[in-house]
Design a protein around this ligand. Structure first.
Ligand code: BGC
Length: 766
C-alpha cells in the first residue's frame, strides 16, 4: 500500500490512502485523518512477529560513520539487525551526523522503515553541563530546574537525541551510595515536585517539538535503598516505605506525563525489579494508567540469571516480559528468545503487541514518523551547542544550587579588592571535577575553574597552590578514582602562600568521578590528604573559607568546628567558577537548602529527617542517663546540617504561626500562615518550609514530613505573609487499608527555615 504522511499540529496527521481509494474504484484522493492509535494499529498490522520483537530491542552505539568500529566484535551483526528492522532503539549514538547515519539504515534499509528512538543519559546538560541533579535540587527552585532540563533537552535534541534516561527519581537516604548525585535527595515530597519539574522541562508542552526529548523516570523501583549504600546491592524494604517514601516521585513523574520508565538492577524483596509484575504491570501500568513504555536497565534482563532468579536467557526473557518490561537494553535476550517463548505459549502475543504499541506510540508522539531526521540537522546543532542562552541558564542554575553552610561574623562576602587571597586545594584550578559524573558529551576540562572565576570577578591578588595533587590524568569512566593519596609534597608550598594571605579560600571535596554509578564509598570524609592539608593550612591562617565540591553529603565536623565559613558548591558544571565567584563576592546571595541531611559520622547512615519516633526516642526524667533508648553511645542522633538547611547573607525572621482554625473537617481547609521579614541589609531569598506530624495512625508516621514550601525573595526590611493550605488530602498516606487516605487524629505543623525548626502549631482532623 502506498501511504504518505503529512505532519499537522497537535499530533493529528493526514494520511492519503491511495490503495483504499483504488479498491473503492475511486480516482480522487480522499483525505482521512488518523489519530496516533490508528496509525500504530495500521503499522502493527503489517509487522511480522520478528519485526515486533525488533522494536523491543535496544542496542548500544556501535557505528562509526566511517565504518563499523573494529573494537566491537558484533558490529556487523548489529548493522544487519538495523537493516532488517530488528532494532527499535539505540543509545549512546550522539551527534546529528552520527544519529543520521544509524537512522538512515533503519529508515531506508529495513522493510517497514520504522525510525529508531535514540536514547542518551542526559543527566545534567549535554555539552553545556549544568549542576549535578542533587545540586540543582538544593535550589528548591522548580522553575529554574524545569528550565535547566529544557535547555539540556534543547542542546541534546540538536545533536540527534530524542530520549533521555532521566530524571532519576530514586529517594536517597544513604550518602555512601554514589548515585545520590543523580537524584533529588531524601525527601518524597521535594523529590516529587522536582520529578515533575524535570519531566516537564525535558518533554516541554509538545513532545513533537524538535526541542524536546522523551523523559524516563528511573530506576523503578527502590534502587536507592541498596543495603549499606553499596551500588547494585540487595533492597529489602516494607510496604509502607515502598508506598510512602519510594513510589511518590515515580507517581509524580507519571502524573506529569513522563513517556518512559526504566526498571532497575536491584532485587526488591527477592524479586529483581526487571521482572517485578506487581510494580510494573499492577502499580504502574494498571493503577497509575501509565501508557508509555518501560525500558530495562543496561543488561538487567541477563543479570537476573546472576541474581539467581532466572535459569537462563530464555527464562529471563519470559520473566521480564511477563513482569512488564517492554524494551530490552543491551541484554540481546528479547531478540533471541521471544519468538520461541510465544510459540511455546510462555509469553503471549497480546503482551508483545502491548509493548510494541507503547513503543511505537512514543515514536509517533516524538514526530519521528513524520520526519525521522528532524533531530539530525547539523546546522541547527552548530547554532544551539553552547549557545549563549544555554550557558546563561547553566550559570543561573549553578548560583541557585549553592548552599551556604556556615558564615561566622559575616566573613563572606569577600571584599572585591585590596586583598591577597590564597586559593588552595586540588580542586581550585581543576576544570574537570566541576563537571561531575554523568556528562558523557561534555568536553573534559571544559568547566570554568574557581581560579578563573575568582580572577574574573574581583580585583584581588590571587595566589594559587594545589597543596595536594589531583589524580594524574583524567581517568576512564569505568575506573576507580581518588584524589592523590601518595604525594603530600605540595602542602608546604600551600602553607607558605597561606601564611601572609588576608583570606584563604580552600577548594576541597571529591574528584568529579568519585560519585555516580559504581562509586559507593565506605567513608564520607575529604578523600586523600585533603583533611591533613586543611589542618596544616589552618595552623598558619585561621581565616579559611572552605568551598566544597562533592557529589554527596560529607562528614565535615572538623571544618564546622574550626572554620568561619563553609560553602557547599557540589559539582556545578560548566559555569562552576563563575557561579562560585559571584557567591563569594556577594553578587549573588546564596539561597540553596540541603536536599539531604549532612551526617556527623558515617555510622549514622542511613540518615534522614523523616524518621520514625520508635518506642524509645529519648531517656527523660528519672531515666535520664540510661542507655535504653534509640541512640549511639558515641555520637549524637542529629545530623551536622539538617535537611532543608542553608544560610543567606541576610537574616530572616519568622513570626509565630497562625492557624485559621484548630479543627479540620472533610471538604474544608486550614490556612497556616507566618510572616517572614528580611532583617538584614541585602536582598535575599528564603525557602519557607512546612512540615506536618501525624501523631498516631494505622501505620506509624514519621516525626515530621515536608508537605509544602515557598521560595520568597525579600528586599531589606520587607515582610511578606506566607500562607499554606492544609486539606485532608495533604494528610494522606498509604495506610493499613492499603490505600492513600487520611485518618482522624492529632497533627502538629511546623513552619521554618529547615527541617529542625521548632516553631509549631497543632490541629485535629475530624
Ligand atoms: C544505569 C542507567 C543508565 C544506563 C544507560 C546503567 O548502568 O544504571 O541509569 O541510564 O546505564 O547508560
Amino acid at each position: 500500500m502506498l501511504a504518505q504522511y503529512y505532519f499537522l499540529p497537535r499530533g493529528r496527521y493526514l494520511l492519503l490512502l491511495f490503495s483504499f481509494l483504488l479498491s473503492c474504484g475511486g480516482t480522487d484522493q480522499k483525505e482521512v485523518e488518523l489519530s496516533i492509535p490508528q496509525r500504530v494499529n495500521e503499522l502493527m498490522a503489517k509487522m511480522t512477529l520478528k519485526e515486533k520483537i525488533g522494536q523491543m530491542n535496544q542496542y548500544n552505539g556501535f557505528w562509526n560513520v566511517t565504518g563499523p568500529s573494529p573494537k566491537e566484535g558484533n558490529a556487523k551483526e548489529k548493522y544487519d539487525h538495523l537493516a532488517q528492522g530488528l532494532v527499535g532503539s539505540m543509545l549512546n549514538v550522539r551527534g546529528a551526523r552520527e544519529v543520521r547515519a544509524v537512522q538512515e539504515i533503519a529508515v531506508n534499509k529495513s522493510r517497514l522503515g520504522i525510525p529508531l528512538i535514540i536514547g542518551f543519559d542526559l543527566i545534567h546538560g549535554y555539552k553545556t553541563i549544568s549542576p549535578i541533579p542533587l545540586a540543582e535540587s538544593a535550589s528548591w527552585d522548580l522553575e529554574a530546574i524545569r528550565n535547566s532540563a529544557a535547555l539540556g533537552a534543547k542542546e541534546a535534541s540538536a545533536a540527534g537525541i530524542n530520549w533521555t534516561f532521566a530524571p532519576m527519581v530514586d529517594i536517597t537516604r544513604d550518602a555512601r551510595w554514589g548515585r545520590v548525585m543523580e537524584g533529588a535527595g531524601e525527601d518524597p515530597y521535594l523529590g516529587s515536585v522536582i520529578a515533575s519539574a524535570r519531566v516537564k522541562g525535558f518533554q516541554g508542552d509538545d513532545l513533537s517539538s524538535p526541542n524536546s526529548v522523551a523523559a524516563c523516570a528511573k530506576h523503578f523501583a527502590a534502587y536507592g535503598f541498596a543495603e549499606s549504600g553499596k551500588d547494585y546491592n540487595t533492597v529489602d524494604i516494607g510496604e509502607s516505605t515502598l508506598h510512602n517514601i519510594v513510589l511518590p516521585p515515580f507517581k509524580a513523574a507519571s502524573d506529569a506525563g513522563v513517556r518512559t520508565f526504566m526498571n532497575a538492577f536491584n532485587e526488591l524483596n527477592g524479586i529483581p525489579a526487571t521482572a517485578d509484575k506487581i510494580l510494573q504491570r499492577d502499580i504502574l501500568k494498571r493503577d497509575w494508567g501509565f501508557d508509555g513504555f518501560i525500558v530495562s536497565d543496561w543488561g538487567s534482563l541477563k543479570e537476573m540469571i546472576v541474581h539467581g532468579y532466572a535459569r537462563d536467557n530464555n527464562h529471563a526473557g519470559e520473566l521480564a516480559l511477563n513482569g512488564g518490561s517492554d524494551m530490552d537494553m543491551e541484554s540481546y535476550i528479547y531478540l533471541s528468545e521471544l519468538e520461541s517463548l510465544v510459540e511455546e505459549g510462555r509469553v503471549t502475543m497480546a503482551q508483545i503487541d502491548d509493548a510494541v504499541r507503547r513503543i511505537l506510540t512514543v515514536k509517533y508522539e516524538l514526530g519521528l514518523f513524520d520526519d525521522p531526521f528532524r533531530y539530525c540537522d547539523t546546522t541547527r546543532e552548530k547554532e544551539i551547542t553552547g549557545a549563549h542562552e544555554i550557558r546563561a541558564g547553566a550559570l543561573d542554575m549553578a548560583k541557585k544550587s549553592i548552599v551556604l553552610l556556615k558564615n561566622n561574623n559575616a566573613v563572606l562576602p569577600l571584599k572585591r579588592e585590596g586583598q591577597t587571597i590564597a586559593l588552595i586545594g586540588p580542586l581550585a584550578a581543576d576544570k574537570n571535577s566541576p563537571l561531575g559524573n554523568w556528562r558523557i558529551a561534555g568536553e573534559n576540562n571544559s568547566a570554568i575553574s574557581v581560579l578563573e572565576g575568582m580572577r574574573k570577578y574581583g580585583a584581588n591578588t590571587i595566589i594559587h597552590e594545589q597543596g595536594v595533587k589531583l589524580v594524574n590524568e583524567i581517568p576512564a569512566f569505568h575506573r576507580e578514582v581518588n584524589i592523590n593519596t601518595t604525594d603530600k609534597s605540595g602542602i608546604k608550598a600551600a602553607k607558605n602562600i597561606a601564611k601572609n594571605a588576608d583570606v584563604v579560600v580552600m577548594v576541597l571535596g571529591e574528584y568529579g568521578f568519585q560519585s555516580g554509578e559504581g562509586r559507593s564509598r565506605s567513608k564520607l570524609d575529604l578523600p586523600g590528604f585533603q583533611q591533613e592539608l586543611l589542618e596544616e593550612v589552618y595552623a598558619v591562617n585561621k581565616n579559611i573559607i572552605l568551598v566544597l565540591m562533592n557529589g554527596r553529603p560529607l562528614v565535615l565536623n572538623w571544618a564546622d568546628e574550626h572554620l568561619p565559613a563553609i560553602v557547599e558548591a557540589w559539582h556545578l558544571g560548566t559555569e562552576s567558577g563563575n557561579a562560585i565567584a559571584e557567591v563569594l563576592y556577594g553578587d549573588y546571595n546564596p539561597s540553596g537548602k540541603l536536599p539531604m541531611s549532612f551526617p556527623r559520622s558515617v555510622g549514622q547512615m542511613p540518615l534522614y529527617y523523616n524518621y520514625k519516633n520508635t518506642g524509645r526516642p529519648g531517656a527523660k526524667g528519672a531515666d535520664a542517663g540510661s542507655v535504653f533508648w534509640s541512640h549511639y553511645g558515641d555520637e549524637k542522633n542529629v545530623p551536622l546540617y539538617p535537611f532543608g538547611f542553608g544560610l543567606s547573607y541576610t537574616e530572616f525572621e519568622y513570626s509565630e504561626i497562625t492557624l485559621s482554625k484548630p479543627e479540620l473537617t472533610r471538604g474544608t481547609k486550614i490556612e497556616a500562615s507566618v510572616t517572614l521579614t528580611n532583617r538584614g541589609v541585602v536582598k535575599g531569598k528564603e525557602v519557607v518550609q512546612m512540615y506536618i506530624r501525624d501523631h498516631y495512625a494505622s501505620v506509624t508516621r514519621p516525626v515530621r514530613e515536608l508537605k509544602d514550601f515557598e521560595l520568597v525573595e525579600l528586599a531589606p526590611g520587607e515582610s511578606q505573609q506566607i500562607i499554606f493550605e492544609i486539606t485532608p488530602e495533604t494528610l494522606q498516606f498509604y495506610s493499613a487499608n492499603k490505600k492513600w487516605e487520611s485518618e482522624p487524629g492529632t497533627f502538629s505543623l511546623f513552619i521554618g527555615t529547615n527541617s529542625a525548626t521548632t516553631r509549631s502549631a497543632h490541629f485535629e482532623l475530624e
